[in-house]
Design a protein around this ligand. Structure first.
Ligand SMILES: [Zn+2]
Length: 273
């Protein structure tokens, strides 16, 4: 499932390839993935175009030139491809945008996903996105901001970071290496974190995400041009590397249960104090 780096890459691709190109039509094959009917979509978006695309956590938010926001959330195994319109029907799909330049953006959802359209001024009231915490990357994601998010919070750090209402964009793929880089055990209680540990955690989030964004996202996800990301298995530090040596101290990486999710840790570098 795409996380923050893949969504950053997606927004860049939309800005590069679709910005300013009028929408010619919308095809809705699976009404469950969207908040409007095909007729409403066409009434609201035909002839409009995207002004800019920007990420918020695991959502791609696209501002249109008629004051709407096109909200995309890609679920597990979703394929989102930019194809020539004549190739649209080559694969089963649930939703498609047709553009005046002859291209189509085709959504094939395996599990779930959302393609929603809201008025720009209604965005703050919109249930699916209004409760999201701040985007965990970029100019506004400062260490000061991060510290203020953790202020007065209880509970384990891993659980906090995965909850999109606290901070948006971190998911199960990157969390293990983020905690490892910061030398934090997933169960560390937030009130016990020292100043420098919070700073190290902020740096770990930024470093891992910028590396993945630079490499076009994770290798298990495809971009809209059908190419895999180059953040490959060799980039993973301890995540999904059970039994392999820790890159810092060579101790075997352990797989542990962390609530309803699985965690990977180096038992030596990430001691639970
Ligand atoms: Zn280690």
């Amino acid at each position: 499932m795409p996380e923050l780096p893949e969504i950053e890459v997606l927004c860049k691709s939309i800005n590069r390839s679709l910005k300013g190109i009028p929408v010619e039509g919308i095809i809705v094959k699976q009404p469950k993935c969207t908040n409007l009917t095909q007729r409403e979509w066409n009434r609201l978006l035909r002839e409009a175009s995207i002004l800019k695309s920007y990420p918020h956590g695991k959502w791609a938010i696209n501002l249109t030139d008629n004051e709407h926001l096109l909200l995309l959330n890609l679920g597990m195994g979703c394929s989102l491809l930019l194809v020539p319109q004549e190739k649209l029907e080559e694969k089963k799909y649930q939703f498609a945008f047709l553009f005046e330049n002859g291209k189509a953006l085709r959504f094939s959802f395996w599990w779930f996903g959302n393609v929603h359209l809201v008025r720009e001024r209604k965005f703050k009231e919109y249930a699916l996105t209004s409760k999201l915490g701040p985007h965990a990357y970029g100019r506004d994601f400062t260490v000061k901001r991060f510290k203020s998010l953790l202020q007065g919070r209880k509970g384990a750090i891993k659980q906090f970071l995965l909850n999109q209402k606290n901070i948006a964009g971190i998911g199960n793929a990157y969390i293990h290496d983020i905690l490892f880089l910061a030398k934090l055990h997933p169960f560390r209680a937030i009130p016990t974190l020292r100043e420098r540990e919070i700073e190290a955690l902020h740096k770990a989030i930024v470093d891992i995400f910028s590396k993945s964004i630079k490499l076009g996202g994770a290798f298990w996800e495809y971009n809209i041009y059908g190419r895999k990301g180059r953040y490959d298995a060799g980039c993973l530090l301890i995540g999904y590397r059970e039994g392999k040596p820790c890159p810092a101290c060579a101790t075997s990486v352990e797989k542990i249960k962390t609530g309803s999710t699985t965690g990977f840790i180096c038992p030596r570098c990430q001691k639970l104090k």
